[in-house]
Design a protein around this ligand. Sequence first.
Ligand code: BGC
Length: 337
Amino acid sequence: MKKIICIFLCIILIFSFLGCKKTPTKIKSEITEYTMTKGVNLSALEDRTKPHKFLDKDQTYAEIFEKGFDHVRIPVDFRLYCDENGITKAFYQRLDNIIRMANDNGLLVMLDFHGWYDFNVSSGDDVLFTKIWKDLAEHYKDYPKDRLFFELINEPHTTEGGDLDERNLWNLQNSVIGEIRKIDSLRTIVVAMPEWNGPWTLENYKNYNYDNLIFALHTYAPLDFTHQGQAWAGKGDIKLSLTDEMLQELYQQLESITRFTVLTNNKVILNEFGLTTTGHISDEDVDRYLSYIASYTKKRNIPWTYWAYSGSFGVYDTGFLGIGAGWRQNVLDALMK
Ligand code: BGC
């Protein structure tokens, strides 16, 4: 009798667990058209020191989809995965698999060449940059256009007195777009705005309208608030609470994006924003800051990609060697409001 009661209780437990699971907004097998509304940056391959094993697990993408995201941005410093002939076969195998797993789980992929600005020191670097993009365009030319977008360059440091000033940035992006279009005329390309993808720079670009291009913007306003606790950014000791003035600064940057889309009809994406999520900032402030962006972008139909899945800005805690890994529910809840 005891045995029967036990089995009965187990069945009830299993069913109540299944019942509690959040149902995804869309069933992935029903997806025929991929869109970008809410996404997350899978930061890993732009830096050899970052944890990256999660990228090779199907479950990562299944969960990201299940939590309500529809795309992922994959930052890669391709120079790390090249030999004298270009991107290596082994790296392509890994990347193909990552893109396939993301797509199979209903997620569109934005492939971002991250870290380029660090090596923009001579014209020879432009040659390598163009060669890598031609290589990628060739490799993915038959890949479905609505599942994979190319993002040329991340956060160009156009005001630091290097070779890549604002004019050279556009010369370089135009020339690479031309090269990609010769190989694959229909691929959607994401372009970088000057000054670290600064939304304020959009004020100078109101007379342009482009097909099949998306303008990438980032905001971390105010930097002292979002980057507090980050020693690498020189803000390890800063401790600030969120104020209305800070939200006003953020609002101004978001408004620049809105004005640009209304005036030009160009497509945009806010494909980086975020803040320290490892406990340095109170849960209330994390919630207030992220909810503010989530509700603003929802009202204005601005797609976004949170920085980042893991790490000190992470919406997911990869734990120590995987132990204690899990979603940071407060961050996720604020984003999905
Ligand atoms: C950088 C990251 C940094 C993030 C927030 C990204 O573009 O590559 O290293 O954590 O911005 O500052």
